[in-house]
Design a protein around this ligand. Structure first.
Ligand code: VGL
Ligand code: ZN
Length: 237
């Protein structure tokens, strides 16, 4: 086996940067019993035709279905808002979707109405095929607090209970997929790191919204926090 440091040492800077961006073929990531796949918000509202459709959002589904076959442990999340939710532009007179307002807990992007509790838009996609999924965690159900993260609401102090659940089940490595890369996926990954989990985002199993530079910021922040950015092809059983 060629030592990786020797190999990198012998290559030009551009080649090193390119290769460092993804795992080496020889360094496939092995999924074990301490690994959990988190499937974030693959719900009708975020899919083509939905009220907050993420571009090409449906393309994550076959990738996630394929990945799920290698995981014994799967958790899904479901954005689950009240009809008068604070994150909806329609709740604030004179505001429109994608405006940003200041709330007590910080900046809040305002969204079109989406994922209202019990609506068809809030349902998980019927195309998902993950029968072994063990938990669906609903989030964003407090009307005055948003929750992009599956772990912690946007006030930064109300826990969803997910970290305790994963720890109780002795799960240590979290692989995040779904919608949207720059909001619920990134925030979930950041909080997973904060809670001490080894954390990966599987890039081709996610799609982003990208409003006002949010996608670049998400990759910057997650990388700085030690979240590993990988591709589904980097994973093996
Ligand atoms: C999401 C915006 C609003 C997401 C949820 O799932 O990323 N984005 N609510
Ligand atoms: Zn939402």
């Amino acid at each position: 086996m060629v030592d990786r440091r020797q190999l990198l040492g012998g290559l030009g800077g551009a080649a090193v940067a390119g290769m460092a961006a993804r795992a080496f073929a020889a360094d496939k990531i092995k999924i074990d019993d301490a690994s959990v796949l988190i499937v974030v918000d693959v719900q009708n509202c975020f899919l083509p035709g939905g009220s907050l459709a993420v571009k090409d959002g449906d393309q994550v589904i076959p990738v996630i279905n394929r990945l799920a076959k290698t995981f014994r442990n799967v958790v899904m999340t479901q954005d689950w808002h009240t009809a008068d939710h604070i994150s909806f532009a329609s709740t604030h007179a004179g505001k429109k979707p994608f405006d940003v307002i200041d709330l007590d807990y910080g900046k809040q992007v305002l969204w079109p109405d989406h994922c209202v509790q019990g609506s068809d838009g809030a349902a998980l996609s019927k195309e998902l095929s993950i029968p072994q999924a063990q938990l669906v965690i609903r989030k964003g159900f407090h009307k005055d607090v948003d929750s992009y993260s599956a772990f912690m609401e946007a006030d930064g102090k109300t826990s969803t209970g997910l970290a305790s659940y994963l720890k109780a089940r002795k799960l240590k490595r979290v692989f995040v997929t779904g919608l949207a890369t720059d909001f619920c996926v990134a925030w979930t990954a950041l909080d997973a790191r904060k809670a001490g989990f080894e954390t990966y985002i599987i890039e081709d199993a996610c799609r982003g919204i990208d409003t006002k530079g949010s996608l670049a910021k998400a990759w910057h922040d997650t990388s700085k926090a030690g979240v590993k950015r990988i591709q589904s092809a980097d994973i093996t059983v």
